[in-house]
Design a protein around this ligand. Structure first.
Ligand code: DLL
Length: 435
């Protein structure tokens, strides 16, 4: 199902022509309206007129998170305050937040972006959509809400928390579409089971889950426990919020809304563009934003473009699911590892749940990494030999897959903290121990 079929299935040639026209407007717009861009283009020796083909975009300098922080709060706004309708902030845990503004039209474009994926998830008028992302400065709640409403759904803005009530409403209202983080979807599923509510009592058809990584194992677990199809949705506050890209029913790659964003994949060290199929840092240029437009924003997320066409008919190219972030890559004894790789390994073990935490400490100047995993409810936790055997098998699998030694600690069910928003997977105690 489509929401704006013409745009979603536009032939590539036309789409690229549209991108070029919009990109040309964009560089002229930011050069004229945002002093930061005037300076950065001047310093790089490029002028808006230099953008003659889409490849010319490479001549333009990148924008990085620090640029947004330096401009705190409104230094990168391209419109006066009387044209601003809403302001969101990034969820950054360190440093100054990046502030993003939206005009009324920006909010409409955003709603359109998300609405496309509500239809792709086979929902629309007549569907009850429950939004269990946090409503507030975080873009998840309001972004999903506006998108669902735009697609014609009956919206239930539960926000996060009060999980038992989420479950009851999901059953009583006949929710067809759930939107939240994958970790919270799992919490909702496990809570329903504890309340003795079987998935057959739900009408759930689809769940659009994002804002954090979700391994294939975790997706399967959520689909199985909730009895629905899970669609991975991606986005980031700086660029817009949820709805930059999302999966279709093929569940193979996330279609980028390419009429609204140009995606590039660059080598995270040399920043040279990489060909389709190769993993690198994702860079976005916004093509339809009035208040907070961005030219070549380096996201720090790692992905790749999946070559080839998708059988669903959408022509927006697909990015692979996020493999990690350049800044949450762990370097363990010289080997680069992303937290999601741990998730992939543990998903092979039916004895443990998808809840995990990685604890990093230092011992004798060496980083020590411990992976804590939780057993499923019916695992005989008292049988020491079975526990030791399981621990050994997971450690061996980690060693084989990640090429690093990680010690595994198996903990009892419900020991690892449950997240209502983004799960906290890494606990880095290195600084604290050295202090
Ligand atoms: O997380 C926006 C969002 C809300 C996306 C709801 C999807 C659903 P931020 O808080 O600014 O915005 O965090 C953005 O979260 O750079 C990624 O590292 C990560 N992220 C977002 N979606 C995914 C995903 C929202 N589907 C940062 N898979 C991004 C993996 C994701 N990581």
């Amino acid at each position: 199902m489509f929401y704006q079929e013409e745009l979603e299935t536009m032939p590539r040639e036309e789409l690229e022509q549209l991108q070029l026209e919009r990109a040309q407007k964009l560089v002229a717009y930011v050069y004229e309206r945002i002093p930061f861009y005037k300076n950065s283009f001047d310093e790089a020796g490029v002028k808006p007129e230099d953008l003659k083909t889409l490849d010319d975009l490479r001549k333009f300098p990148f924008t990085v998170k620090q640029d947004l922080r330096d401009a705190y709060p409104f230094g990168l706004f391209a419109v006066p305050m009387d044209e601003v309708s809403r302001i969101h902030c990034s969820s950054g845990t360190t440093g100054t937040a990046s502030v993003v503004g939206y005009t009324e039209r920006d909010l409409e474009e955003w709603a359109d972006c998300f609405a496309r994926f509500v239809r792709a998830a086979d929902c629309g008028p007549g569907s009850v959509m429950q939004v269990a992302y946090g409503y507030g400065l975080f873009t998840g709640g309001l972004g999903a809400h506006s998108g669902g409403a735009r697609a014609g759904c009956a919206m239930v803005p539960t926000s996060t928390g009060n999980t038992k009530r989420q479950v009851r409403l999901m059953r009583d209202f006949g929710t067809e579409l759930l939107a939240c983080t994958p970790s919270y979807a799992l919490v909702i599923a496990d809570t329903a089971a504890k309340m003795g509510i079987d998935k057959s009592e739900f009408k759930l058809k689809s769940a659009i889950l994002g804002a954090e990584p979700c391994s294939e194992g975790m997706r399967k677990e959520i689909e199985e426990k909730l009895g629905c199809q899970v669609y991975d949705i991606y986005g980031l506050s700086e660029v817009m919020g949820p709805g930059v890209s999302c999966e279709c029913s093929e569940q193979h790659g996330l279609h980028v809304n390419e009429d609204k964003f140009i995606i590039e994949i660059v080598d995270p060290e040399t920043f040279e563009p990489l060909p389709d199929g190769e993993w690198g840092e994702v860079v976005f240029t916004t093509l339809a934003k009035e208040c907070s437009p961005l030219v070549r924003y380096r996201t720090r997320d790692i992905s790749r473009i999946l070559p080839g066409e998708c059988s669903c008919g959408r022509t927006g190219r697909r990015m692979d699911r996020i493999a990690g972030r350049t800044d949450d890559m762990l370097i363990i004894r010289g080997v680069n590892v992303f937290p999601v790789q741990f998730a992939q390994v543990i998903s092979e073990f039916p004895e443990v749940t998808s809840y995990y935490q990685i604890i990093i400490t230092t011992k004798n100047a060496l980083d020590r990494v411990e992976l804590q995993v939780e057993t499923v409810d019916d695992f005989p936790f008292d049988e020491i030999r079975r526990l030791q055997d399981l621990k050994k098998r997971i450690e061996t699998a980690l060693k084989e897959n990640l090429q690093v030694a990680v010690s595994v600690k198996i903990v009892e069910p419900m020991t690892i903290e449950r997240a209502e928003g983004k799960a906290k997977r890494i606990i880095d105690l290195r600084g604290e121990e050295n202090a």
